[in-house]
Design a protein around this ligand. Structure first.
Ligand SMILES: [Zn+2]
Length: 406
């Protein structure tokens, strides 16, 4: 092999697997990782752009001018604007429902759909002392927000204070339904008369959301990917917002929400996290005929460590489904094994070249252990496309080859 051929070979290896984000997932499995990403890289970005508008002192802010660089949660706070906090909050609201609706006591829809039905957007008003509902513009109602100081914006960059930003938006949007405050708790216009789960007031909705973020009724993966001490800090901060004089409990007079205790798994247990990769990449791998495709599977057991589960490894191929069994890859769908959920470092489950076509490799675990690959399966997949090079040769690849031949 000449030097040029060797370089071509290296270029080809680099180009074989292209990382393409998996789009449209309707859940957040790890809020820490989620908040490292920027709004413009979110598949829901265009949807959010068309549904909500942000104004600053009344002037419409172009979403595309809102600066963000990844990892977003590690940005310099001076660059992390109030506008970006609103966008990150809206992203969480959009994705946190896990495809569910009808679980919120005050609407049959999702929080996102409900917010959209109540307000057109948010107006950051530099002279506002606090938040309020709502300013009227020609295109609809806007929640008025005061600018936040560096300390608050720092706390909003992660899943520490951001739950409170989201709960506050919901509080303000509830005013659109005609709920006004009273002063019975000693704070002028800072109280609601009665806590009623069947008729939640603005502070009631705030309490309900923060309680749900704490107990995992709304699970955004607080317990995945954070240290135990950080999870504990967040959980205590959420608990403080619920109970006693510093919590929403004190904002009611006739009937108060009951005192919340610390749940066993704040934010919900971290589920087991299967991972499958092809040639080392997560979402989409493109290979050429004759290239070796190596598929690996790994597992992080999360809070279910040691519990028995069904293990499934499958491949969707041009010739139908194949599954990995104790006797190797077999046509059809069969379970691999019943086995405790444990930490499994990457194991090679397939290694070969493949004929031209589309393939999808799956690795899933089912804690229900019912020998059925049902909706309780936690799974990951990777797409593998094997094709001829000519029709889709990337421009970058072509340019690189041209440079090499000069
Ligand atoms: Zn209010």
């Amino acid at each position: 092999m000449t030097t040029r051929d060797a370089l071509k070979h290296v270029v080809m290896i680099i180009c074989i697997c292209l990382l393409v984000p998996v789009s449209g997932t309707a859940s957040i499995s790890n809020i820490n990782e989620f908040l490292k990403t920027c709004p413009m890289n979110d598949p829901a970005y265009n949807q959010i752009k068309s549904d909500f508008t942000i104004r600053h002192n009344g002037t419409i802010v172009s979403f595309d001018n809102i600066y963000c660089t990844e990892p977003a949660s590690l940005m310099n706070v001076s660059q992390y604007t109030d506008e970006l906090i609103i966008l990150q909050s809206l992203r969480v609201i959009y994705h946190m429902d896990f495809g569910r609706s009808g679980y919120l006591p005050w609407t049959s829809g999702t929080l996102y759909a409900w917010m959209k039905s109540k307000i057109k957007g948010f107006d950051i008003n530099d002279s506002a002392q606090g938040s309020s509902c709502c300013g009227q513009y020609s295109d609809g109602l806007y929640i008025t927000l005061n600018p936040k100081d560096d300390l608050t914006r720092t706390a909003d960059m992660t899943w520490f204070n951001l739950p409170y930003a989201i709960a506050l938006y919901a509080h303000e949007a509830r005013h659109v339904d005609g709920y006004a405050h009273v002063s019975c708790c000693g704070i002028p216009n800072g109280c609601d008369q009665t806590f009623d789960l069947n008729n939640l007031s603005p502070y009631g909705i705030q309490w309900w959301l923060i309680n749900s973020f704490l107990n995992g009724n709304i699970d955004v993966g607080l317990s995945c990917g954070l240290s135990a001490s950080k999870i504990s800090d967040t959980a205590h901060y959420l608990l403080t917002g619920l109970n006693g004089n510093s919590g929403y409990q004190s904002r009611f007079c006739d009937n108060k929400p009951s005192t919340v205790t610390m749940p066993q798994h704040p934010g919900g247990p971290c589920p087991s996290n299967p991972d499958v990769k092809a040639n080392g990449v997560d979402a989409y791998c493109i290979a050429l005929p004759g290239n070796t495709v190596s598929v690996t599977a790994s597992l992080s057991p999360g809070d279910w460590n040691g519990e028995t589960a069904d293990y499934w490894i499958a491949a969707d191929t041009p010739w139908g489904f194949y599954t990995l069994t104790t006797s190797g890859w077999t046509p059809g769908i069969q379970m691999l094994a019943k086995y405790p959920l444990i930490n499994i470092p990457p194991v090679e489950i397939f290694k070969s070249s493949l004929p031209i076509g589309q393939y999808k490799f799956y690795f899933g675990v089912n804690k229900l252990s019912n020998t059925i690959p049902d909706s309780l399966l936690y799974f990951d997949y990777v797409n593998v496309t094997v094709l001829t090079l000519t029709p889709i040769r990337p421009v970058l690849f072509e340019n690189t080859l041209n440079n090499l031949s000069q």
